[in-house]
Design a protein around this ligand. Structure first.
Ligand SMILES: [Zn+2]
Length: 346
């Protein structure tokens, strides 16, 4: 049996802070709702969502500090203690990740209300949580609904939208790695999920100049693409269609760099290098990232070249069961340095 879990409703539009009530009603969610937000996202949308819900539901709010196991457990205690029926996460990456894992553990649904379009976790089943130092991807369930308010997402700094492009273009190498694992390790492969995932990557390549404008249309394009990535992962039943060696490289940077950049920014740079290793047209990846104003090298990431090389050599150890172009033994230091230099990353 192959189980595919998908969001029931996806809303994309303006002024959706009040629309959450109708979404909850249509889905038939229970009486008690917990709204999760960060200090900042509470101000920009969270408080308003909470107020709108309070007219129809018993609501409480919880401020989350980061995507750590500690925060997941604190949220879990709150859900159980307050007997909440469902959650809504108003925030960027970490708030959604915490809500995703905590609601999964508690066995209650959650609604994703993204305040940025910087990564494909807004609609996926995977949560990226920091546990004992390192960040790991934990499988949970996708949100029951995604409410993407263009007005809210548009207010986030442009850098986040460009990072979203990086997370989508990474599908090019992720799918290549998946095909490799399919051929070499006999891993399950879904052609449909792979094509859907590639569609998002091709869309950003084609629309880079429109996305660069950072207007409403840009936000809509990026959000739709990111949601498609989440759907592709749900169809595959794993993050394979959207996460390969370029993601392992980014996780490695998260673990060793003193000040990592945004997930999508690191993944985008990783895609340039992995595309080179795959013998793909890596210049096209770099060109697209340049055109949308996303980082394409160590300097623009704000990360010392030394960490880039080290991350490349240890990336294969991050998730050994995930077979990629890096193989079982990974890159030698010389190969890592060469790949990074040829592609202009260092
Ligand atoms: Zn990603």
């Amino acid at each position: 049996m192959h189980l595919m879990q998908l969001p029931r409703e996806v809303l994309l539009g303006e002024n959706l802070k009040g629309e959450v009530v109708n979404v909850a009603k249509r889905i038939g969610l229970g009486r008690k709702a917990l709204v999760l937000y960060g200090k900042h996202t509470k101000k920009i949308a969270g408080r308003e969502v909470e107020e709108n819900l309070s007219g129809e539901y018993e609501v409480d709010g919880l401020t989350v500090k980061g995507a750590t196991m500690e925060e997941v457990n604190r949220t879990l205690d709150e859900i159980r203690g307050g007997e909440f029926d469902w959650l809504i996460a108003v925030g960027g990456g970490s708030i959604i990740d915490v809500a995703k894992l905590a609601s999964f553990k508690a066995g209650v649904p959650f609604i994703s209300f993204p305040t940025t379009a910087s990564h494909d976790g807004i609609a996926s089943a995977n949560a990226s949580i920091k546990d004992i130092g390192a960040k790991t991807s934990v499988k949970a369930v996708p949100p029951i609904a995604v409410v993407a308010d263009v007005e809210v997402i548009k207010t986030a700094p442009y850098r986040y939208l460009a990072a979203g492009v990086g997370d989508m273009i990474s599908n090019l190498t992720a799918v290549k790695d998946w095909q490799l694992a399919h051929r070499i390790k006999g891993e399950y492969y879904s052609e449909y999920a792979a094509l859907l995932s590639l569609m998002s990557a091709k869309m950003v390549i084609k629309n880079a100049d429109i996305i660069r404008l950072g207007n409403e249309e840009s936000v809509r394009k990026v959000v739709k693409g990111l949601i498609s990535c989440g759907v592709a992962m749900s169809i595959a039943g794993s993050s394979r269609p959207a996460s390969g060696a370029e993601h392992l490289f980014s996780h490695a940077l998260d673990a060793i760099a003193p000040k990592p950049a945004l997930h999508g920014e690191q993944v985008g740079v990783g895609t340039i290098i992995m595309a080179y290793l795959h013998g793909m047209k890596w210049e096209r990846v770099r060109e697209t990232l340049k055109r949308v104003g996303a980082p394409t090298n160590a300097y623009e990431l704000g990360i010392d070249p030394e960490y880039i090389i080290e991350a490349l050599t240890i990336a294969h150890t991050i998730r050994p069961e995930r077979y990629t172009i890096l193989g079982k033994d990974g890159l030698t230091r010389e190969a890592a340095e060469k790949a990074a230099k040829i592609t202009g990353v260092i």
